[in-house]
Design a binder for this molecule. Structure first.
Ligand code: 5GP
Ligand code: MN
Length: 330
């Protein structure tokens, strides 16, 4: 962020404001951890900070500490729209284009106040008065920590805020294994542990919360996967039928795409989940292959160089064919 811009924001935040904190559709650990951390940090400075999420978030993130429950736009449109209209600042976390807020897009587009964006995705849209956008950061949660540092809020950080930031970092770095993990990430994490975060308890809450049906769902996905060894690629998919059979719950397929990359020699994984009338796609790569570009060109999506997502309004068989053709030209 430009210096004069930061000063403007410092001044803007110097009086108590009614602030709304938002994140992207299908919020993940980074989106939720960042949002609740930001809520608690701003509240410590006397602001009224409310979190609004576009739709429900996974059950394994429900333990995250917060000052007040997140308002789910999809379930509580009237309340959410009043809050949007009344906000004196809207914070945009872990997304950089208003369409990524899904059902909330129109309401946010008609908001006439100012936006503060904190995000680490590529190619941000230009709608925020204050924009902290850095694709080199492993997570938005790390950027929220750095925001606290820059805005003299670090002394306000307690274990609850630290747990939220830790969760964002852990989930977006694949437990510190992606190339986006830096020395700064570990330095920040060290401070979070000093503040009292217990890694075993966070891991237990997030990763050891599997249901038996989720594991069986994983089994059926692995059973049907298609491996293109000479292309270093794999296609993983779940049909609607697979999901019904294993009582699919929101978030059950979180992280499934990473299983593809854990196969020796595989550097590109496509995961496709069928829903009524469309398929949700997750792409992951290792090294130079830019899945953000692949997603933009083939799957109406985007994201980062090594992790992206998209959505195609076609049945599973057709989306598998698109993935096969992408792999064919690698
Ligand atoms: P995931 O595969 O975990 O859903 O998403 C991977 C990354 O790509 C995340 O950082 C996410 O924000 C981004 N992403 C996922 N789906 C979409 C999409 O439909 N459009 C865009 N622009 N980004 C997406
Ligand atoms: Mn993120």
């Amino acid at each position: 962020m430009r210096k004069e811009n930061t000063q403007g924001l410092h001044q803007f935040l110097s009086k108590p404001l009614n602030i709304l904190i938002t994140n992207h559709v299908n919020p993940d650990g980074d989106a939720m951890g960042s949002a609740f951390a930001m809520q608690m940090l701003l509240a410590k400075k006397g602001h009224k900070a409310t979190v609004i999420v576009p739709n429900a978030y996974p059950h394994f993130l429900k333990w995250l500490p917060s000052n007040s429950e997140a308002v789910v736009y999809e379930n509580d449109k009237t309340l959410a729209e009043t809050q949007i209209a009344d906000a004196e600042l809207i914070v945009v976390l872990d997304y950089n284009a208003l369409h990524r807020s899904g059902p909330m897009q129109t309401a946010l587009e008609s908001y006439t106040g100012d936006f503060l964006m904190i995000d680490h995705h590529q190619q941000p849209d230009d709608f925020a008065k204050w924009m902290i956008s850095d694709t080199s950061k492993c997570s938005t949660a790390q950027m929220v920590y750095e925001f606290a540092q820059q805005f003299d809020l670090l002394s306000e950080m307690d274990v609850a805020i630290a747990e939220n930031i830790y969760t964002g970092i852990v989930t977006d770095t694949g437990s510190f294994r992606f190339s986006s993990t830096t020395a700064a990430t570990h330095t920040i994490t060290a401070h979070l542990l000093e503040l009292g975060v217990k890694p075993d308890s966070v891991y237990n809450n997030i990763f050891d919360a599997n249901s038996v049906s989720r594991f069986k769902l994983l089994g059926s996905m692995l059973e049907s996967m298609r491996v293109f060894q000479s292309k270093g690629s794999v296609i993983l998919f779940l049909s609607e039928e697979d999901q019904v059979k294993h009582n699919f719950r929101k978030g059950d397929s979180e992280g499934f795409v990473n299983y593809g990359l854990s196969i020796e020699g595989i550097t590109f994984a496509v995961f496709i989940r069928e829903e009524k009338g469309f398929c949700k796609i997750s792409l992951r790569s290792k090294g130079d292959l830019d899945v953000n570009q692949i997603s933009r060109q083939n799957f109406n999506g985007g994201g980062h160089k090594n992790a992206a997502g998209g959505l195609v309004e076609k049945p599973l068989v057709d989306v598998i064919k698109i993935a096969e053709s992408v792999i064919g030209v690698l």
